[in-house]
Design a protein around this ligand. Structure first.
Ligand code: PHE
Length: 381
């Protein structure tokens, strides 16, 4: 250090700081840490598992093609067990301990709301792959989603019920503990009424209940043309079993919350023929879908569901925004995500609107031989 002037010493210190990764994001080195929270266990376990697979497939692709300006993405994943309180806890951990630059999650809207409040509070951008309740992105300017919202999903199911099934009188059976279920029930009712139909009853159940016979017998007495059940797959499978046991043969309709390989495992014959709305169908011939289905099957040995497709799209959209962002600070990254336009996703072309939502077509599928089978694609009105 003897011969060094003051100025050269200052330069040496600055270079040292940069090399040590203490500079801004553009000079930092090493992996970029992204957080993920999801239900890897519990009654919605396939939601978290499928989403995680989709995310990891995307991360592999992103890293194989050079990462973000040469830096690989690394994912830190926590299981929230499908519990609201746990969702808040693990997002706090991602932000304060792991210091992730962005968060991917959740699936269930109630959990995205719980985790999203924490992410917003700390200014860390969060992208929900699949939460469809309006309140999720209303939390604030750091919370985004890459899926459609329930106002549209309610319209899709109402239109399908009216036009394809000729249903006029529809009974609704919903999960009163889930923001998703309550919201979708309302959106469906509004849409159906607007199309000249009637909701003949709104019966409620509690998530995880074992006996739905009181609600189902009350519904049977009203002899509706269809029953709409905006719930999650475990409850829906059990409801279908009990409805058929009560001799009810009326068509059953649902939303994206049915999307799980477990639905047919639980519901068996009772769920055959039932319809639900979803974000994509693996049979779609669009090149983005076929490329994804092939890569996913090669890696995981199963056909990807809608959650896997949305997790994959969410991770790719985050990486795309990181590449466009001047740095990885919360405000800059949120702005880059907000500017996402015409991104060619597996679940359709994705543009983030001023409310931080995406607008794209939905598919209606029918359970046939234990598998969801494409029936119709319905675009936003
Ligand atoms: N849309 C559901 C919710 O908001 C979650 C979900 C999405 C479930 C896609 C299955 C498939 O709670």
């Amino acid at each position: 250090m003897h011969g060094m002037t003051r100025r050269t010493m200052a330069w040496a210190a600055a270079l040292f700081l940069m090399a040590a990764g203490c500079g801004d994001a553009s000079t930092a080195q090493g992996p970029i840490l992204v957080g993920e929270f999801g239900s890897l266990t519990g009654s919605e376990a396939t939601f978290g598992q499928s989403t995680h697979n989709g995310i990891m497939l995307a991360i592999d692709e992103i890293n194989a093609s050079g990462g973000i300006a040469g830096r690989p993405l690394e994912v830190k994943t926590y299981d929230d067990e499908g519990k609201t309180q746990q969702a808040g806890t693990v997002v706090t951990r991602l932000v304060t301990q792991d210091k992730v630059v962005a968060i991917l999650g959740e699936v269930a809207s109630s959990l995205s709301i719980a985790g999203g409040r924490v992410a917003q509070q700390y200014g860390v951008p969060m992208i929900s792959p699949s939460s469809t309740n309006a309140a999720v992105t209303e939390i604030g300017d750091k919370i985004f989603r890459v899926c459609f919202i329930d106002a549209f999903q309610g319209y899709v199911v109402a239109r399908f019920a009216t036009e394809n099934l000729g249903a006029r009188k529809v009974a609704v059976l919903y999960d009163q503990s889930a923001a998703y279920s309550k919201g979708l029930k309302d959106d469906f009712g509004k849409a159906l009424t607007g199309m000249g139909g009637t909701v003949v009853t709104e019966a409620a159940y509690e998530k995880g209940a074992s006996d739905f016979s009181a609600q189902l017998t009350a519904i049977r007495d009203l002899s509706p043309d269809a029953i709409f059940i905006p719930g999650y797959y475990t409850d829906v499978g059990n409801i279908a079993l009990q409805a058929r046991k009560l001799g009810m043969t009326v068509p059953l309709l649902g939303g994206d919350g049915w999307d799980s390989s477990k639905l047919a495992e639980i519901g068996g014959e009772a769920i055959e023929g039932a319809y639900y709305s979803n974000h994509y169908a693996p049979e779609e011939t669009r090149p983005a879908v076929q490329k994804f289905v092939t890569a996913y099957q090669a890696k995981f040995g199963s056909v990807p569901d809608g959650l896997a497709a949305l997790g994959y799209d969410a991770a790719h959209i985050l990486a795309d925004a990181m590449k466009r962002s001047p740095d990885l600070s919360g405000p800059a990254l949120a702005q880059a995500i907000a500017a996402t336009k015409d991104f060619p996703g597996v679940t359709g072309s994705i543009t983030i609107d001023p409310q931080r939502n995406a607008s794209k077509p939905a598919v209606m599928v029918q359970m046939k031989g234990g598998r969801p089978t494409w029936v119709a694609t319905i675009s936003p009105p």
